[in-house]
Ligand binder design. Structure first.
Ligand code: GLU
Length: 353
């Protein structure tokens, strides 16, 4: 029997890091068994559906390069299937219709299958879909562990067997508390906005694999993976990610996040206005002399030589950086000199002081 797994988020917007872990784990499991991953959207609960929520999830999955083979299958379109299953449980006598019209499982603490308005509960919909979509393994967060017994009872009530269920530990905040907005890095969109490259986030989730126990979000590890991911990017890719031209790539190399890379690119494209210290004239005059005599574009070694020369005569490199970018810190000075054509470098070094 070929392996079929599903990733079943509610459409509440960008994926929680723990949910993204579930998605990656399902993809990895499917790949390891030459199986199929179905994307199911659990949108029966209108109060948990957010406008644009499904699109945000699809964007996150594409960003993380988690492909799915079937779906999205939306629960909102499958009401009749759930009603039919509830009727089956009713007919076989394992469920009963209550005075309020709802259909409940007899025995197991009266678990509701179908609400009085005819809508299916998460428990019923999830089980019916896992059976109907011929899911062989359910991989999900351990917060769903308490549902297993109920779902097994429902599966038997509607005439099936629940797939094998494997729970993984949750991703908690660095402080060990439930990871939430308060932590600032709780969703994929927050990580993306903070400038973590997709490859770094994916590598982190791959590393976590299927944690048996809860884990704490390891931001230092994520930051190291971001540096690795930026180092692994080609010039074109890095420049595109930072919204800069490919000539600026060397300047972006030292950035630790894509947000920082974009800030560096901004300094190359348009320096900040700046007030230069009065004693910077000597350094800048010497720079103008050296730069004017050199080529339109400096090679990396030429740029480093120029910086060394300025340093040797006691030049104030911080003043030069300020003049060229308007910022006191930023990309490596020599890389900046490579990125700036001669006329631009001279114009910045001779800004009114
Ligand atoms: N929609 C549920 C969730 O997002 C799915 C739970 C399950 O995988 O069974 O938590």
């Amino acid at each position: 029997m070929s392996v079929r797994v599903r990733f079943a988020p509610s459409p509440t917007g960008s994926l929680h890091v723990g949910n993204a872990l579930t998605a990656v784990a399902n993809r990895t499991f499917a790949d390891a068994h030459a199986g199929t991953l179905v994307l199911r959207i659990d949108d029966t609960d209108a109060s948990r559906s957010v406008a644009g929520g499904e699109e945000a999830i699809l964007d996150d999955l594409a960003w993380l390069v988690v492909a799915f083979d079937e779906g999205p299958v939306r629960q909102s379109g499958r009401g009749p299937l759930y009603a039919e299953a509830a009727e089956r449980a009713l007919t076989s006598g394992v469920a009963a219709r209550d005075a309020d019209g709802a259909i409940r499982l007899s025995g197991t603490a009266g678990t509701t299958l179908l609400r009085a308005d005819g809508s299916a509960t998460y428990q019923l919909a999830s089980v019916v879909d896992d059976l109907d979509l011929r899911i062989t393994h359910v991989l999900r967060g351990s917060d769903h562990r308490p549902n297993v017994e109920i779902q097994q009872a429902i599966a038997r009530a509607v005439g099936g067997e629940l797939p094998d269920v494997i729970h993984h530990g949750l991703v908690l905040g660095p402080d060990g508390k439930k990871l939430s907005k308060r932590h600032g890095h709780s969703s994929i969109s927050e990580l993306r906005d903070a400038g973590f490259p997709a490859a770094a986030v994916r590598a982190y989730l791959d590393e976590l694999d299927l944690p048996a126990h809860d884990v704490h979000l390891d931001l230092p590890r994520l930051r190291r993976l971001a540096v690795d991911a930026i180092a692994a990017m080609g010039d074109e890719e890095l420049a595109a990610a930072a919204g800069a031209s490919v000539e600026a790539a060397p300047v972006l190399r030292g950035a630790r996040t894509l947000v920082e890379a974009r800030a560096y690119a901004g300094l190359v494209l348009a320096p900040q206005p700046v007030e230069l210290p009065s004693d910077s004239a000597l350094t800048l005059d010497r720079f103008v002399e050296l730069r004017a005599a050199a080529a339109e574009r400096l090679a990396a070694e030429e740029a480093r030589a120029l910086v060394r020369e300025l340093k040797a005569v006691g030049g104030d490199l911080r003043a030069l950086r300020l003049a060229l970018t308007g910022a006191p810190t930023g990309p490596e000075l020599a890389a900046l000199l490579v990125a700036l054509p001669r006329a631009e470098a001279l114009a910045r070094a001779t800004r009114p002081r």
